[in-house]
Design a protein around this ligand. Sequence first.
Ligand SMILES: CC(C)(COP(=O)(O)OP(=O)(O)OC[C@H]1O[C@@H](n2cnc3c(N)ncnc32)[C@H](O)[C@@H]1OP(=O)(O)O)[C@@H](O)C(=O)NCCC(=O)NCCS
Length: 247
Amino acid sequence: MLGFGAFALLAKELRRDVAAARDRDPAAKGVPPGEILATWPGIHALLAYRVAHALHGAGVRLLPRTISMLTRALTGIEIHPAARIGEGLFIDHGAGVVIGETADIGDDVTLYQGVTLGGTGFATGKRHPTVQDNVTIGSGAKLLGPITIGHGAKIGANSVVITDVPPNSTVVGNPGHPVRVDGRRPEGPDADWIHLPDPIAEAIQGLASRIGTLERTVSELSGEEPEDPVADVRPLRTVKGPNPAGG
Ligand SMILES: CC(C)(COP(=O)(O)OP(=O)(O)OC[C@H]1O[C@@H](n2cnc3c(N)ncnc32)[C@H](O)[C@@H]1OP(=O)(O)O)[C@@H](O)C(=O)NCCC(=O)NCCS
């Protein structure tokens, strides 16, 4: 069962969680730790999770799930007791946050309201995201499947992310795509695949243009209008639409 060591660890984790709220929530500036402990729902959810997780690890069956269910009713934050969460997690506001069973969260991560770390369907085994250290996930973002969010990444509000996210990048949109990597827009030939040139359409356009010139020359020499001017050549595929890589 749980011994003194487990409670000492719990107290240490809780201190880090309260410090995280003071550091990262502008509304917590100057608020004493006791007041944060008493009134921040993200802190309540984490305290309950840390107890439930310790009980789950000790082999207790019903109680961890009951704690998780009651905490959800109280805070709107649902954290599966088996999820793994590092130190210094800050959940701002809380409501609508879901952290699934096989989610793995590193240290000093920030989640806003409405974030889901979920699975994509009925898969079993590791099916929830791994979030590395110092990641920020904006409100309403859905991160689905056993993907890895690289350390220091930022996920924009309302993004839907279903693929791995590189470290130190900013990902936005649905589907989520990088708009900054190491503070710069992603570049390179692979980044803008929607706007690649269409060599076949360009070759046909070149031929059509030369035929048009020849037809005009012949009609000037003969004094007759060409019967069927060469039709416009359209590209084989659209070149419109946003660049999915954001570059
Ligand atoms: C993504 C975010 C973290 C900003 O990260 P950043 O690295 O500083 O990125 P920038 O602000 O430079 O934005 C980069 C690009 O993404 C766009 N962008 C930013 N956030 C976006 C979002 N949520 N959805 C779509 N596009 C977004 C910007 O317009 C910008 O576009 P550009 O490349 O055309 O200029 C921030 O916009 C965000 O969504 N934060 C979440 C905050 C939140 O949930 N608050 C709730 C408080 S209650």
